[in-house]
Design a protein around this ligand. Structure first.
Ligand SMILES: N[C@@H](CCC(=O)N[C@@H](CSC=O)C(=O)NCC(=O)O)C(=O)O
Length: 297
Protein backbone atom coordinates (compact mmCIF):
# COMPACT_ATOMS: atom_id res chain seq x y z
CA UNK A 1 0.00 0.00 0.00
CA UNK A 2 1.46 3.38 -0.97
CA UNK A 3 2.48 6.22 1.29
CA UNK A 4 0.51 9.47 1.40
CA UNK A 5 2.81 12.49 1.34
CA UNK A 6 1.60 15.28 3.68
CA UNK A 7 4.61 17.58 3.25
CA UNK A 8 8.05 17.73 1.59
CA UNK A 9 10.69 19.86 3.29
CA UNK A 10 14.24 20.68 2.15
CA UNK A 11 16.87 19.80 4.76
CA UNK A 12 20.69 19.82 4.40
CA UNK A 13 20.45 19.44 0.63
CA UNK A 14 18.09 16.47 0.86
CA UNK A 15 14.34 16.15 1.46
CA UNK A 16 12.29 15.27 4.51
CA UNK A 17 8.97 13.65 3.62
CA UNK A 18 6.13 13.68 6.15
CA UNK A 19 4.13 10.56 5.34
CA UNK A 20 1.34 8.29 6.46
CA UNK A 21 0.72 4.69 5.49
CA UNK A 22 -1.49 1.80 6.60
CA UNK A 23 0.02 -0.91 8.79
CA UNK A 24 -1.39 -4.42 9.06
CA UNK A 25 0.35 -4.89 12.40
CA UNK A 26 -1.29 -1.91 14.10
CA UNK A 27 -4.50 -1.97 12.03
CA UNK A 28 -4.17 1.79 11.68
CA UNK A 29 -2.71 4.56 9.59
CA UNK A 30 0.82 5.30 10.85
CA UNK A 31 2.64 8.61 10.62
CA UNK A 32 6.31 8.43 9.61
CA UNK A 33 8.97 10.87 8.42
CA UNK A 34 11.58 9.86 5.87
CA UNK A 35 14.78 11.76 5.11
CA UNK A 36 16.45 11.18 1.73
CA UNK A 37 19.97 12.63 1.44
CA UNK A 38 21.14 14.54 -1.66
CA UNK A 39 23.05 11.48 -2.98
CA UNK A 40 19.70 9.71 -3.55
CA UNK A 41 17.96 12.61 -5.23
CA UNK A 42 18.54 14.61 -8.40
CA UNK A 43 22.13 14.48 -9.56
CA UNK A 44 22.83 11.66 -7.14
CA UNK A 45 20.48 8.87 -8.19
CA UNK A 46 22.35 6.38 -6.02
CA UNK A 47 20.45 3.90 -3.81
CA UNK A 48 21.28 4.71 -0.20
CA UNK A 49 21.17 2.57 2.96
CA UNK A 50 18.69 3.23 5.75
CA UNK A 51 18.98 4.14 9.43
CA UNK A 52 15.89 3.69 11.63
CA UNK A 53 15.56 6.21 14.48
CA UNK A 54 13.18 5.23 17.31
CA UNK A 55 11.86 8.11 19.41
CA UNK A 56 11.15 8.36 23.12
CA UNK A 57 8.05 8.73 25.26
CA UNK A 58 5.62 11.46 24.17
CA UNK A 59 7.30 11.83 20.75
CA UNK A 60 5.96 11.77 17.22
CA UNK A 61 8.08 11.55 14.04
CA UNK A 62 8.52 15.33 14.29
CA UNK A 63 10.68 15.72 17.41
CA UNK A 64 13.88 14.23 16.09
CA UNK A 65 13.48 15.29 12.48
CA UNK A 66 13.07 18.91 13.66
CA UNK A 67 15.73 19.12 16.35
CA UNK A 68 17.88 15.96 16.47
CA UNK A 69 20.25 17.18 13.72
CA UNK A 70 20.71 13.68 12.34
CA UNK A 71 20.12 15.00 8.81
CA UNK A 72 23.29 17.12 9.04
CA UNK A 73 25.67 14.17 8.81
CA UNK A 74 23.28 11.84 6.99
CA UNK A 75 23.43 14.32 4.10
CA UNK A 76 27.24 14.11 4.07
CA UNK A 77 27.44 10.33 4.37
CA UNK A 78 24.59 9.48 1.97
CA UNK A 79 22.30 7.82 4.48
CA UNK A 80 18.48 7.81 4.56
CA UNK A 81 16.76 8.06 7.95
CA UNK A 82 13.28 6.92 8.85
CA UNK A 83 11.55 8.38 11.92
CA UNK A 84 8.57 6.17 12.85
CA UNK A 85 5.85 7.13 15.30
CA UNK A 86 5.90 5.81 18.87
CA UNK A 87 2.50 4.06 18.84
CA UNK A 88 -0.66 3.80 16.80
CA UNK A 89 -2.91 6.86 17.27
CA UNK A 90 -6.56 7.79 17.09
CA UNK A 91 -7.86 4.45 18.34
CA UNK A 92 -9.51 5.84 21.48
CA UNK A 93 -8.87 2.70 23.52
CA UNK A 94 -9.89 2.92 27.19
CA UNK A 95 -7.03 4.34 29.30
CA UNK A 96 -4.84 4.96 26.27
CA UNK A 97 -4.37 8.65 27.00
CA UNK A 98 -4.45 8.59 30.80
CA UNK A 99 -0.69 9.06 31.26
CA UNK A 100 2.23 10.34 29.23
CA UNK A 101 4.44 7.29 29.85
CA UNK A 102 2.00 4.57 28.75
CA UNK A 103 -0.45 4.10 25.86
CA UNK A 104 -0.52 6.62 23.03
CA UNK A 105 3.03 7.82 22.16
CA UNK A 106 4.47 5.17 24.49
CA UNK A 107 4.24 1.88 22.57
CA UNK A 108 7.62 0.60 23.84
CA UNK A 109 8.42 -1.20 20.54
CA UNK A 110 6.95 -4.51 21.73
CA UNK A 111 3.89 -6.48 20.59
CA UNK A 112 1.18 -6.13 23.23
CA UNK A 113 -0.70 -9.19 24.46
CA UNK A 114 -2.89 -7.65 27.14
CA UNK A 115 -6.30 -6.07 26.51
CA UNK A 116 -7.25 -3.56 25.27
CA UNK A 117 -3.87 -3.16 23.50
CA UNK A 118 -3.34 -6.64 22.00
CA UNK A 119 -5.00 -5.93 18.66
CA UNK A 120 -3.23 -2.70 17.70
CA UNK A 121 -0.13 -2.10 19.83
CA UNK A 122 2.11 -4.34 17.70
CA UNK A 123 5.03 -1.94 17.47
CA UNK A 124 7.72 -4.65 17.25
CA UNK A 125 6.09 -6.17 14.18
CA UNK A 126 5.49 -2.71 12.75
CA UNK A 127 9.15 -1.65 13.09
CA UNK A 128 10.74 -4.96 12.07
CA UNK A 129 8.33 -5.93 9.26
CA UNK A 130 5.62 -3.54 8.07
CA UNK A 131 7.62 -0.33 7.89
CA UNK A 132 10.76 -1.65 6.12
CA UNK A 133 8.63 -3.79 3.77
CA UNK A 134 6.52 -0.76 2.85
CA UNK A 135 9.55 1.48 2.26
CA UNK A 136 11.67 -0.93 0.23
CA UNK A 137 8.74 -2.04 -1.97
CA UNK A 138 7.30 1.43 -2.48
CA UNK A 139 7.14 2.50 -6.13
CA UNK A 140 8.45 5.96 -5.30
CA UNK A 141 10.74 5.66 -2.24
CA UNK A 142 11.94 2.14 -3.09
CA UNK A 143 13.85 3.67 -6.03
CA UNK A 144 16.13 5.53 -3.62
CA UNK A 145 16.63 2.97 -0.86
CA UNK A 146 19.18 0.17 -0.94
CA UNK A 147 17.13 -2.89 0.01
CA UNK A 148 20.10 -5.19 -0.62
CA UNK A 149 21.96 -3.82 2.40
CA UNK A 150 21.08 -4.39 6.04
CA UNK A 151 19.65 -1.39 7.87
CA UNK A 152 21.04 0.15 11.06
CA UNK A 153 19.00 1.20 14.08
CA UNK A 154 19.27 3.90 16.73
CA UNK A 155 16.99 5.59 19.26
CA UNK A 156 16.50 7.71 22.35
CA UNK A 157 15.27 6.71 25.80
CA UNK A 158 12.20 4.47 25.16
CA UNK A 159 13.49 4.41 21.56
CA UNK A 160 16.96 3.49 22.86
CA UNK A 161 15.30 0.51 24.58
CA UNK A 162 13.61 -0.28 21.24
CA UNK A 163 16.85 -0.04 19.26
CA UNK A 164 18.92 -2.16 21.67
CA UNK A 165 16.24 -4.79 22.26
CA UNK A 166 15.31 -5.25 18.57
CA UNK A 167 18.99 -5.46 17.63
CA UNK A 168 19.54 -8.14 20.28
CA UNK A 169 16.32 -10.05 19.51
CA UNK A 170 17.06 -10.29 15.78
CA UNK A 171 20.78 -11.13 15.49
CA UNK A 172 22.07 -10.35 11.99
CA UNK A 173 19.07 -8.24 10.98
CA UNK A 174 20.72 -4.87 11.68
CA UNK A 175 24.23 -3.81 10.68
CA UNK A 176 24.77 -1.78 13.88
CA UNK A 177 22.94 -0.16 16.78
CA UNK A 178 23.36 2.97 18.83
CA UNK A 179 21.33 4.59 21.58
CA UNK A 180 21.02 7.85 23.50
CA UNK A 181 20.02 7.51 27.15
CA UNK A 182 18.35 4.12 26.58
CA UNK A 183 16.00 2.52 29.10
CA UNK A 184 18.54 -0.29 29.25
CA UNK A 185 17.03 -2.55 31.90
CA UNK A 186 13.25 -1.94 31.74
CA UNK A 187 12.26 -4.83 34.03
CA UNK A 188 14.00 -2.96 36.85
CA UNK A 189 12.73 0.60 36.35
CA UNK A 190 9.31 2.25 36.81
CA UNK A 191 8.80 3.15 33.11
CA UNK A 192 9.58 -0.38 31.93
CA UNK A 193 7.56 -2.12 34.64
CA UNK A 194 4.51 0.03 33.88
CA UNK A 195 4.79 -0.68 30.15
CA UNK A 196 5.38 -4.41 30.48
CA UNK A 197 2.58 -4.79 33.05
CA UNK A 198 0.17 -2.95 30.75
CA UNK A 199 1.20 -4.50 27.42
CA UNK A 200 2.26 -8.01 28.47
CA UNK A 201 0.49 -8.57 31.79
CA UNK A 202 1.54 -9.32 35.37
CA UNK A 203 1.89 -12.39 37.55
CA UNK A 204 4.89 -14.70 37.84
CA UNK A 205 4.75 -16.21 34.33
CA UNK A 206 4.20 -12.89 32.61
CA UNK A 207 7.00 -11.25 34.57
CA UNK A 208 9.33 -13.99 33.34
CA UNK A 209 8.24 -13.07 29.83
CA UNK A 210 9.11 -9.38 30.42
CA UNK A 211 12.77 -10.45 30.36
CA UNK A 212 12.46 -11.46 26.70
CA UNK A 213 12.11 -7.75 25.91
CA UNK A 214 14.79 -6.44 28.27
CA UNK A 215 18.14 -5.53 26.70
CA UNK A 216 20.12 -6.32 29.85
CA UNK A 217 18.65 -9.83 29.85
CA UNK A 218 18.95 -10.21 26.07
CA UNK A 219 22.62 -9.23 25.92
CA UNK A 220 23.48 -12.17 28.19
CA UNK A 221 22.39 -14.46 25.32
CA UNK A 222 24.40 -12.71 22.58
CA UNK A 223 26.78 -14.94 20.62
CA UNK A 224 30.28 -14.58 22.12
CA UNK A 225 31.96 -14.67 18.71
CA UNK A 226 29.95 -11.77 17.25
CA UNK A 227 31.02 -8.18 18.02
CA UNK A 228 28.15 -6.03 19.29
CA UNK A 229 28.73 -3.00 16.97
CA UNK A 230 26.97 -0.94 19.65
CA UNK A 231 27.43 2.68 20.78
CA UNK A 232 25.59 4.09 23.82
CA UNK A 233 25.72 7.69 25.10
CA UNK A 234 24.28 8.74 28.45
CA UNK A 235 24.43 12.26 29.94
CA UNK A 236 25.61 12.47 33.55
CA UNK A 237 23.23 15.43 34.11
CA UNK A 238 20.19 13.44 32.92
CA UNK A 239 17.49 13.52 35.61
CA UNK A 240 15.92 10.29 34.35
CA UNK A 241 19.35 8.61 34.62
CA UNK A 242 19.68 9.94 38.18
CA UNK A 243 16.17 8.65 39.02
CA UNK A 244 17.10 5.10 37.95
CA UNK A 245 14.96 4.91 34.80
CA UNK A 246 17.88 4.12 32.45
CA UNK A 247 20.28 1.78 34.32
CA UNK A 248 23.03 1.61 31.64
CA UNK A 249 25.51 0.24 34.21
CA UNK A 250 23.34 -2.90 34.56
CA UNK A 251 23.55 -3.40 30.80
CA UNK A 252 27.33 -2.91 30.71
CA UNK A 253 27.81 -5.30 33.62
CA UNK A 254 25.61 -7.97 31.99
CA UNK A 255 27.56 -7.69 28.72
CA UNK A 256 30.86 -7.99 30.58
CA UNK A 257 29.68 -10.95 32.70
CA UNK A 258 28.45 -12.73 29.57
CA UNK A 259 31.80 -12.07 27.84
CA UNK A 260 30.16 -10.23 24.93
CA UNK A 261 31.41 -6.67 25.44
CA UNK A 262 33.63 -6.72 22.33
CA UNK A 263 32.34 -3.93 20.09
CA UNK A 264 30.39 -2.26 22.93
CA UNK A 265 31.15 1.41 23.66
CA UNK A 266 29.30 3.13 26.51
CA UNK A 267 30.13 6.81 27.05
CA UNK A 268 29.03 8.94 29.99
CA UNK A 269 28.90 12.51 28.66
CA UNK A 270 29.67 14.97 31.44
CA UNK A 271 26.85 17.39 32.27
CA UNK A 272 24.51 16.49 29.38
CA UNK A 273 20.81 16.03 30.13
CA UNK A 274 18.07 13.90 28.53
CA UNK A 275 17.03 16.45 25.94
CA UNK A 276 17.52 16.93 22.23
CA UNK A 277 20.37 19.37 23.05
CA UNK A 278 22.25 16.26 24.18
CA UNK A 279 21.31 14.24 21.12
CA UNK A 280 22.05 17.03 18.65
CA UNK A 281 25.54 17.31 20.22
CA UNK A 282 26.39 13.69 19.39
CA UNK A 283 24.09 12.97 16.43
CA UNK A 284 26.96 13.26 13.92
CA UNK A 285 28.88 10.55 15.78
CA UNK A 286 25.87 8.21 15.89
CA UNK A 287 25.34 8.71 12.16
CA UNK A 288 29.04 7.92 11.61
CA UNK A 289 28.67 4.79 13.74
CA UNK A 290 25.86 3.59 11.45
CA UNK A 291 27.66 4.80 8.30
CA UNK A 292 30.77 2.76 9.20
CA UNK A 293 28.81 -0.52 9.45
CA UNK A 294 26.77 0.29 6.35
CA UNK A 295 29.96 0.62 4.30
CA UNK A 296 29.78 4.40 3.82
CA UNK A 297 33.01 5.23 5.68
N1 LIG B 1 6.39 14.93 29.70
C1 LIG B 1 7.44 14.39 30.51
C2 LIG B 1 8.76 14.40 29.78
C3 LIG B 1 8.74 13.51 28.59
C4 LIG B 1 10.09 13.42 27.95
O1 LIG B 1 11.08 13.93 28.44
N2 LIG B 1 10.14 12.70 26.85
C5 LIG B 1 11.40 12.52 26.20
C6 LIG B 1 11.66 11.06 26.04
S1 LIG B 1 11.68 10.30 27.64
C7 LIG B 1 11.92 8.64 27.32
O2 LIG B 1 11.48 7.98 26.47
C8 LIG B 1 11.39 13.22 24.86
O3 LIG B 1 12.12 12.89 23.96
N3 LIG B 1 10.55 14.25 24.77
C9 LIG B 1 10.34 15.00 23.56
C10 LIG B 1 11.15 16.25 23.41
O4 LIG B 1 11.01 16.88 22.35
O5 LIG B 1 11.94 16.59 24.28
C11 LIG B 1 7.57 15.15 31.79
O6 LIG B 1 6.73 15.99 31.99
O7 LIG B 1 8.52 14.85 32.55
Amino acid sequence: MPFTTKATISSFGGKLYKLTHPSKATGSEMAVNLYLPPQALSGGSRKVPLLIYLSGLTCSPENCSEKGFFQHNAAKRGLAIVYPDTSPRGLNLPGEKDSWDFGEAAGFYIDAQAEPYAENYKMETYITRDLPDALFSDEEFGKYLDGEKKVSITGHSMGGHGALSLYLKYPGKYASVSAFAPIANPVNCPWGQKAFRGYIGDGEDKEKEWKEHDSTELVRKWDKGTPLNMLIDVGTGDNFYKQGQLLPENFEKAAQEAGVSEGLTVRYQEGYDHSYYFMASFADEHVDHAAKYLGLL
